[in-house]
Design a binder for this molecule. Structure first.
Ligand SMILES: [Zn+2]
Length: 62
């Protein structure tokens, strides 16, 4: 377990489809540890789940 709640949330680029604001969310409806994914608030796009927030962010920003 390596959960750190640091205030410096990594910067996310705008959604590549609509340019909207994206956010890191963690799924809570599994029995396992919640996993981060990226959600766009404008168009509702979500990525797959990632192991870490860093992975999710680097996927989104690339
Ligand atoms: Zn979007």
């Amino acid at each position: 377990m390596n959960e750190r709640d640091k205030p410096d949330i990594p910067e996310l680029k705008p959604c590549r489809y609509c340019g909207g604001r994206a956010e890191i969310v963690k799924k809570r409806f599994t029995y396992f540890e919640p996993r981060p994914l990226i959600l766009c608030h404008e168009c509702g796009l979500t990525t797959r789940e990632f192991e870490t927030v860093e992975e999710a962010v680097s996927y989104w920003n690339n």
